[in-house]
Write a protein that binds this ligand. Sequence first.
Ligand code: SF4
Length: 469
Amino acid sequence: MYNLLPFRFERLKDKEILVNEVGDFLIVPTTTVKRIVDKEIKKDEELYKDLTTWYFICEKSIPELIDLLAARLRTKKAFLNNFTALHIFVLTLRCNQNCIYCQATSRECRESAYDMTQEVMVTAIDLMFKSPSPSLTMEFQGGEPSLMPRLLLFAIETAEQKNEEHLKQITYVLCTNSINLTDEILNICIQYRVLISTSLDGFEALHNHNRGKSDSYSHVVNGINKARTVLGFDRISALMTASEESLKYPKEIINSYLENGFHSIFLRALNPYGLATKYSDWSEYYDQFIDFYREALDHIIDLNKSGIFFVEEFSALILRKILTPFSIGFVDLQSPSGIINSVIVYNYDGYVYASDESRMLAEHGDYTFRLGHVSDHYDSLFYGEKAQKIGLIWANETIAGCSDCAFVTYCGADPVRNYSTQGDMYGFRPTSSFCKKHKQIIQHLFSLIIERKDEVLPIFKRWINSSAG
Ligand code: SF4
């Protein structure tokens, strides 16, 4: 007779997906869960061996296995080991574009009241160095941070100088729309090996539509090509955001990325912040996004089958969680949540927020996730009352709906999203758009693994190996 170890399950197609406490899965025929729980699995069945090997059942007493499972769990949660690694600096709210879904509540180019001062920057950098993480990422955002070349240089030089004492590994990332990649900006990028993360929403007409400018695409593509020539081809990556208009063009968007020399795309849904709240009918948007995502993924799989290596990055992140024992650094798919644990935001005005989305709420007058000011003590910001309050509900494993969901190990927690869409940080999974999107994407990936295993698994494995997570 065997003992049961903790696992969860989901019925999909004519199968049951069993997932154990550390994310190992088995795909079995329906009614298997009942047989396992009724202890009807016979020792000579192949399934018995699988269930034992993957910690779904055990013959020995449970305590002997606890240490092994604990080691696996520590590996899965390794992103927590070093605390906050990603530090976002909002250099300015000013912007030179007019995106229809703007989440950052950008301001006109001339409004210098929305720029970060050098004093705020220095204090924020001091806070960053208090993080125990040996690796730090300094990410410069806006508005449009390339409008602030002097502050950008000042920030990096200050960090470099302070790092002579701290000896951390620092990565610099400039999040820019690439419209204003001047020689001054690119020289800073060359000197300090700054990575560029830009946004490209697809082909020319669509990109221009989403930017609210008729000439944005040509400027962005020129900017990308200039940056590639000066910095190196792989120093610039792009993100797309799917507006309602974008959802009509899954294949065309992928093709435009290929035409522009990219070998991957991150299919990113709109988040209900900033201007995006005004422009979208959310109840329909997420259903349509899932259809868009499925069609785009099918097209990407076809491209890979034809010999063109091309990765969908969001799928690759989830697949890394499904198919490997390792953790990933992507803050939206972490539990405990990525906010504070992995990311912190220093706003242009010196206030510190739990995440990028938190400061966007603040721009609309809601300061729920404002942790304090850069002049406050590190402990009161990172371990203070607000952080502790959020910490009570930031792990999927402890909240209703998620705690018994088969996909809990593959998913993430987002109290900010719960708050902004459902009115409280705890959230309610049956009506959560975040849950709906994640569950349907994970289900779709499993459906592909069930129905087209031989065709898709080799492609998925190549994606995982190509990305660091
Ligand atoms: S958010 Fe939804 S899909 Fe994710 S773990 Fe919770 S219930 Fe599961």
